[in-house]
Design a protein around this ligand. Structure first.
Ligand code: ADP
Length: 491
């Protein structure tokens, strides 16, 4: 199908007319990224790339904000993962109404923007009815390591107050964490109570394993603290960076003697009401070296980031260090039984929902915004899943063909769920590889029969992480069904 051809079912229904200027024309998109998402957008029938320089006013604003960021130690525009944003200063909840400076910038229907662009422009733009944009304004409430934990702690406390201790235990999925320097003294007290355990220190706003180190002795941290936070008398000194210090999971679940974490893709299309889609596929990222607590300074043993692992001297790019989530689920099912494997994946569902609920009232909900999160989850040797972090810009750069196919599929299905083409009925609980797991409440399957081919577990939850994912076949089926329904419904 040529790029200018209309998509089947595209804007043919009555409802489609309600979406403003989107009609019998192509969908115009902008994209700030030069990776798989651009391939996906360029290959999408009926979609047309638009480009153009930023209007002067917006350029000025961007420059000004970049200056401010330098001062606050925020990440640069070239960094891929998301940790940016000021610490606690939530911007105004009001949508600004300036339209004068957005003539060329506003000429789009869909924008896969980076966070820097959003921060520079969101407060001065007026989004039209039909426009969709990646990221919520204050996404950092969930994606900065310190803020994520702060929000989780708050909801945990509230749950305990209102529903009791037992219910609050469902929040016990993040390791004990303190923010530095602000909670240094509380951390020291906690440290003294648990002598001998290992802690991990992480910059709150960095990614890809940068600046991370493990320690056992308080002396290591007091030396580091002196270097990092004192003396502050030097006027040229940058503002000290915020860190989190977190209890290190010393007993990770190992496969072949190696540690791994699991990347899970989650799409949020609305925070109010909360509407969450979970992608069936993802991957486990393994470390290159066998796990041991003897050498806590060895990043190749303890950090599973691909960015770290691919620099290992014995790293084999052909072998890679990833397993598909399906492979992991099959492995766990074969080794521990289907009930145990199901509990692992239910635990991950719980992490996703609780973490999103922890910011549900804080995120500035805007019907134009959506977010595709990359969750990082680690299993311990009792198969308990732990939340390590949440990324609002998970890496879309592929490390090989399988990785490219996975990311291509996820991104296409993000667009399929958003459905700017108006091909769906809006009632679907599954679109390609995405299953709707929360729609202002838990979503249940229609038939109750689990279609996960790797085991025969019966569940009513509409969550299929690590299950069979024949997304193309499924898409054909739902598009045909939706078209038939639209034809039979009088307009
Ligand atoms: P970054 O944003 O730099 O990737 P992460 O918090 O994701 O930082 O940590 C990087 C890696 O370090 C993780 O992928 C995981 O392998 C390891 N790691 C992080 N926190 C812990 C922890 N509390 N216990 C065990 N391993 C951890």
């Amino acid at each position: 199908m040529s790029k200018s051809t209309r998509v089947p079912g595209y804007m043919q229904s009555k409802g489609a007319r309600n979406r403003g200027p989107l009609g019998d024309r192509e969908i115009r998109y902008k994209c700030s990224m030069q990776n798989t998402i651009l391939d996906v957008l360029r290959a999408r029938p009926g979609w047309q790339e638009v480009s153009g320089p930023n209007p002067p006013q917006q350029q000025q604003l961007q420059q000004q904000q970049q200056q401010e960021k330098k001062g606050s130690g925020e990440k640069s525009a070239t960094q891929n993962k998301d940790k940016s944003g000021s610490q606690n200063s939530a911007p105004s909840n009001q949508l600004p109404t300036t339209t004068s400076s957005r003539s060329s910038e506003g000429d789009w229907d869909f924008h896969w923007c980076d966070r820097e662009w959003l921060h520079a422009n969101y407060d001065t733009m007026f989004l039209q009815e039909h426009q969709k944009i990646l990221h919520f304004r204050n996404h950092y409430e969930l994606t900065r390591k310190n803020l994520m934990v702060k929000n989780l702690k708050r909801l945990r406390k509230q749950t305990e107050r209102e529903m009791g201790k037992k219910e609050a235990e469902s929040f016990d999925f993040y390791p004990t964490t303190y923010e530095l320097p602000s909670e240094y003294h509380i951390f020291v007290e906690e440290f003294k109570k648990n002598q001998g355990i290992i802690w991990i220190m992480k910059p709150a706003a960095k990614s890809q394993g940068r600046g991370i180190f493990l320690f056992r002795k308080l002396k290591d941290i007091t030396d580091w603290k002196k270097g990092e936070y004192q003396p502050l008398t030097d006027p040229n000194r940058e503002v000290p960076e915020t860190y989190v210090v977190q209890r290190y999971i010393e007993d990770p679940y190992l496969i072949g003697g190696r540690k791994f974490d699991i990347r899970v893709y989650v799409l949020v299309v609305s925070y109010n009401p909360l509407k969450v889609w979970l992608y069936r596929s993802g991957f486990a990222r393994f470390s290159n070296s066998r796990f041991s607590l003897d050498s806590i300074e060895d990043a190749y043993v303890h950090l599973t980031n691909v960015a770290v692992q691919k620099t290992a001297p014995d790293y084999d790019p052909d072998k890679g260090c990833k397993w598909a989530t399906q492979q992991l689920r099959s492995y766990l099912t074969a080794k521990h039984g289907s009930d145990a494997a199901r509990r692992v994946f239910q635990g991950i569902d719980n992490i996703i929902i609780k973490s999103l609920q922890s910011v549900q009232k804080i995120i500035i909900n805007d019907k134009h915004c959506f977010e595709m999160y990359g969750y990082d989850v680690l299993l311990d040797d009792k198969l308990k899943p732990w939340l390590i972090e949440i990324n609002a810009s998970p890496s879309l750069t592929a490390s090989g063909k399988d990785d490219y196919d996975l990311k291509h599929g996820v991104l296409n299905d993000v667009l399929n769920v958003l459905d700017l083409e108006n091909r769906l009925t809006g009632k679907e609980k599954r679109v390609g590889g995405f299953d709707l797991i929360w729609d202002d409440g838990a979503v249940t399957t229609d038939d109750g029969a689990m279609e996960c081919s790797v085991n025969s577990v019966s569940t009513t939850s509409n969550s299929f992480l690590g299950c069979h994912c024949d997304r193309k076949k499924h898409l054909r089926e739902i598009y045909t069904a939706a078209q038939a329904l639209k034809k039979s419904t009088p307009s």
